[in-house]
Ligand binder design. Structure first.
Ligand SMILES: Cc1ncc(COP(=O)(O)O)c(C=O)c1O
Length: 390
């Protein structure tokens, strides 16, 4: 049997029509399939590969770590230098209230950990999320999923979870002294790149302060320079109590994290002891890779180039059949009339060697989220290809 046939037979499928490209190599902005076809990757593994596929510095860090050790013991017991060095670098670039890092394996686990931490430190049980938000697919994170279609089949989910309208100030009144935490994306990615107003974000912060609810900001897609600043929240003049990271955090290897103050995080150490545990969380290989990727991001000042690249995309993405372009740095949604049009364009782009995608809650929008290393000429080429398929 071919690898393709085995894929359909033995790999659990998540949709009736997976892309099913058989990729044999990836480098920088490009993917190569088994037939030697080259694809320009305009979505970077969905906001994962911010420094491109297989950056040499990331490969070197992985190689070095394989010479030392892989898994040794469950998270938190041993002093593992890749974890420590990465947590220290993150802390250097975060405010004084976000200095304690709990590394997980994925974004959804970061969400789960933050929900538990909020319940533990506040002694409250209610959790507030938002319509059209996505925080992961495990049952706690799924309870926050802001769309009934995606969560309904898996009920019962967590009790005490409610959903407010994103960017609606009046709805913030529903946050009360029973609320353990409010979890929001800094920019709603899967809703098709919806940015809140600064006033709303500040009002959300103020309401959390007033009620004692923790503010958890999910930067799993918006972190690591994607929106033009290292963290998306910097553009809103607020600081969360808990920050969720994932995707680009691992430099291409699986890694997530929730980050809070040491005072909050210490709640996991007693009553019960081992309040949150993980076998593989903060795997040394993933931390070594992520640390190297973050150093590249900082050294090459990639976040500082995002505004210019975003502007070029916006200048190029002009066409009578494009209804709108929404962007938060290099997280871009190109809106068409309906899903059918969008899908036809996505498929045509793929045939011509350009990989794009749609959004979970904005199926009429085409996703562009390339590596931040994308060059100006590659941006022009991505836009030219898209426009040629409209
Ligand atoms: C905003 C946001 N939060 C959480 C997650 C979940 O991350 P993971 O797929 O690593 O569990 C995602 C994944 O797409 C995401 O986009």
């Amino acid at each position: 049997m071919t690898t393709r046939e085995l894929f359909f037979r033995h790999i659990a499928q998540t949709s009736p029509a997976p892309l099913a490209l058989e990729i044999v190599r990836a480098e920088g902005l490009y993917l190569f399939d088994a037939d030697g076809k080259k694809y320009l990757d305009a979505i970077g593994g969905i906001s994962v590969c911010n420094t491109g596929h297989r950056h040499p510095a990331v490969l070197e860090a992985i190689h070095d770590q394989t010479e030392r050790y892989l898994h040794i013991l469950v998270y938190g017991e041993m002093i593992q230098s890749p974890q420590v060095a990465y947590a220290q670098l993150l802390a250097t670039h975060l405010p004084a209230s976000l200095q304690s890092v709990f590394f997980t394996n994925s974004g959804t686990e970061a969400t789960e950990g933050a929900m538990k931490l909020a319940k533990r430190v506040t002694g409250r049980t209610e959790i507030v999320g938002f319509a059209n938000s996505y925080h992961g697919s495990t049952q706690g994170a799924l309870s926050l999923m802001g769309d009934e279609y995606w969560r309904n089949a898996f009920r019962p989910l967590l009790p005490g979870v409610s959903h407010l309208q994103y960017n609606h100030t009046e709805d913030l009144e529903k946050i009360t002294e029973k609320t353990a935490c409010v979890i929001a994306e800094t920019v709603q990615a899967e809703h098709g790149v919806i940015k809140p107003s600064e006033e709303w974000m500040k009002a959300l912060r103020a309401k959390c302060n007033e009620t004692g609810a923790l503010l958890v900001l999910d930067e799993i897609q918006t972190g690591f320079g994607r929106t033009g600043t290292l963290w998306g929240y910097e553009q809103y003049g607020v600081v969360p109590d808990v920050l969720l990271l994932g995707k680009a955090l691992g430099g291409g290897l699986p890694l997530g994290a929730f980050i809070a103050s040491k005072t909050l995080m210490d709640a996991f150490t007693e009553n019960p002891v081992l309040g949150h545990i993980s076998t593989f969380g903060g795997h040394p290989l993933s931390c070594a890779a992520g640390l190297a990727a973050m150093k590249v991001l900082l050294e090459e000042k990639l976040a500082m180039q995002v505004a210019e690249k975003e502007k070029l995309f916006r200048d190029q993405l002009v066409h009578p059949n494009i209804r709108s372009v929404r962007s938060a740095g290099l997280l871009i949604a190109v809106e068409f009339d309906n899903f059918e049009t969008n899908k036809r364009i996505i498929d045509a782009c793929l045939s011509s060697g350009l990989l794009t995608d749609w959004f979970l809650f904005a199926r009429n929008c085409l996703r562009i989220a390339p590596a931040l290393t994308v060059s100006l000429s590659e941006i022009v080429e991505i836009c030219r290809l898209i426009k040629s398929k409209i």
